[in-house]
Structure formats: structure tokens, C-alpha cells
Design a binder for this molecule. Sequence first.
Ligand SMILES: Cc1cc2nc3c(=O)[nH]c(=O)nc-3n(C[C@H](O)[C@H](O)[C@H](O)COP(=O)(O)O)c2cc1C
Length: 281
Amino acid sequence: MNIDFSVKEAVIKRYSVRNYSQREIESQKISSLKKFIESLDNPFGSKVSFHFLDNATLEKMEKLGTYGVIKGARSYIGTTIKLEEMSLEALGYEFEAMVLFLANLDIGTCWLGGTFDRQGFSEAMNVGSDEVFPIITPYGYAADNKHEKELEMRHMIQADHRKDWNQLFFDGDFYTELTEDRAGDVAFALEMVRMGPSASNKQPWRIVMKEGEFHFYEYKELGYSDYFSYDIQRVDMGIAAAHFDFAVKEKGIKGSFKNVTDLEINLPENMNYVFSWIKEK
Ligand SMILES: Cc1cc2nc3c(=O)[nH]c(=O)nc-3n(C[C@H](O)[C@H](O)[C@H](O)COP(=O)(O)O)c2cc1C
């Protein structure tokens, strides 16, 4: 996979588009999207599959249903995995790469993990019964205005707000905040994580910097994932990994993701270790 666009510009451009115009996407953009999806990979080693639903009639789309959340969209992409260690993170990483790729082409998307008719879409996209189907997104050009329900939703989940650094990033332990100065050349990558999308905008990612290593934790909201057979906030962790990875690569900083087992960091309640990024010395 080759990210040949500005990570920062794509991250800033991306927002959840829930109202779509009827403007056709140029065929050249569609073919570059398909090529990009074929090239996707992830640092967690789990396979992620993509499924397409193109140019469905609006009538059909309305029957499939997103509970009135998405309007005007006729094309969707869904993604499936086998439920295994790190596969939700792998999904988050690859799907967000695609979302940023589309944002760079001025094409809107909206991560949907809850508000869609999973059964209807899995039939329309020929998803196998042995596959776990956590996420879909509509894609297309945004309409000129946001629809009413969309405005209500954005207000309710404070979609334009992000937590401050001192709530997300820590220095050595969970009791010391990390400053941009101390983060040094990795500060940009952390800022890209901070700006990312997450389910209900809960921003569950917490990162502890320790001796050139960046340890990623999930601050798990109790009960939030009860509705699912998996922890949807682990998808958010994959999104954080993607933003971080693309940003360090853009800055030419070398390192890789690893699972570190012997960390001596005291954990606050509901804090779960997920993975680390180790800077090359
Ligand atoms: C894993 C995941 C699942 C999401 N599920 C839904 C959903 O079911 N319905 C919805 O309208 N938005 C959903 N969102 C979008 C978030 O609400 C949105 O990203 C967040 O509020 C921040 O707003 P922004 O994307 O405009 O920056 C989801 C986002 C993520 C990352």
C-alpha cells in the first residue's frame, strides 16, 4: 500500500458525510479506489475483506436502511473479517486508509458500525455467514447541506470536538501528561491520532510514551460494545494505528508495531493494552 497524499490534509478534510448529492463519481476515481483497496495491507497480519454495493437504486437503498441516518447514497463498501486476535484493529487500519484515500479525492464517507441493517446489507453484498461484518460506509459527493437528523446527531455526540492532549497522551506512566515538546518528532503523529474518527466519538485511544516506545491502550467504555459480539472500540484502535503509522512514515521516522508483554505501567481501571509502536534506534 502506498499513501501518496498528504496525511494531514486528508485527516482534516475527512468528516462523516451523512447527506449525499446525486453527482456521479468519475469512473477514473472508481478505478483508482478499487486498485487502492486491492493494495491494502496492515501491520497486524489479519485478513480484511471488502464488499461493494454500487449504484443501487435509491428505492433499494431506502429498503436496506440506515435508520434515516444516511440520505442520498447509492454506493456502499462493507468490510468483513474472521474474529481473531487483532482482526478488528486490522479492519480499522485498512478501512481508514480507504476512507482517507477517498477524502483526498473529495469523496465523502461515514463509518457505520451500528446504524445499519446488518442483515439486509449482508445479503445485498453477498457476505458469507461465517464472516463477521462490523462496518460499512456509504461513499459519494456530499450534498450542499447536512440533513436535520445529521445535525442533531453531530450535536449530540459533539462530533466536532476532540479530547485534549492531556486526556490522551502520557509520559512514562498514566499520571504524567505528555507535552508536544517531549513527544518531539512524533508529536505530529499523535496529533493525527487525536483528530481521528471513532464510534460515537468516544476517542478510546490512550498512548504512553516510554523510552522511545509508544504503547497504545484502549480506554474501554463499559457496556458500550454489549450490543455486538465483538468490541467495536478495537476498530477505533486500528484507526489510531493507521493515522499514527501514515504520519510517522510521511515524516520519515522509522519504527514498527509490536506486541510488548512485559510492560511495567500501572493501569487505571478499564484500560487495556492493545499494541506498541517501537521507534527504530
Ligand atoms: C467504528 C466506528 C463506528 C461508527 N458507527 C457509526 C454509526 O453507526 N452511525 C453513525 O451515524 N456514525 C457512526 N460513526 C461515525 C462517528 O460518529 C464519527 O466519526 C464521530 O462522531 C466524529 O465525527 P466526524 O467523523 O464527523 O469527525 C462511527 C465511527 C466509527 C469510527
